[in-house]
Design a protein around this ligand. Structure first.
Ligand code: CO
Length: 133
């Protein structure tokens, strides 16, 4: 490729980019913002997040009431002899909906302040609350 042709390519590419309409910059910006927020949530120190653990055993959530900050993750650890779930009560907690667990753990990250009530769908008397502030 001669230098003249190469220069022509660069010019054409530049024109193409600059003439590319208003949609492209917005798309690029939103992609960048998403990447940045994901990086922030996984980088300790920039925004401090905490992990709170709730045990699920002896037919109850323990502690049944926890308080966390926006962006914190709550992890339920299932260690009972019977299976349980974590299921939100009402519209606000609708996203809280774990599979049925015999053993293992399940996490949910809270991004909006408020009080989230939940129960075990297999044993509705098992109830808990996560307060996000
Ligand atoms: Co249960």
């Amino acid at each position: 490729m001669s230098p003249q042709i190469a220069a022509g390519f660069v010019l054409a590419a530049t024109l193409l980019l600059s003439g590319c309409g208003s949609g492209e910059p917005n798309k690029a910006a939103s992609t960048t913002a998403k990447t940045t927020s994901q990086a922030a949530s996984s980088t300790p120190g920039e925004k401090k997040t905490a992990a709170v653990t709730v045990g699920v055993q002896d037919m109850k959530f323990s502690p049944a009431e926890v308080t966390v900050k926006v962006g914190d993750t709550v992890t339920w650890k299932f260690k009972d002899s019977v299976p349980h779930t974590v299921q939100g009560i009402g519209d606000k907690a609708m996203g809280i909906n774990s599979p049925i667990f015999d053993k293992g753990e399940w996490s949910y990250t809270f991004f909006a302040p408020g009080t989230y009530r939940y129960l075990c769908s297999l044993h509705p008397q098992m109830r808990g609350t996560v307060t996000v502030e």
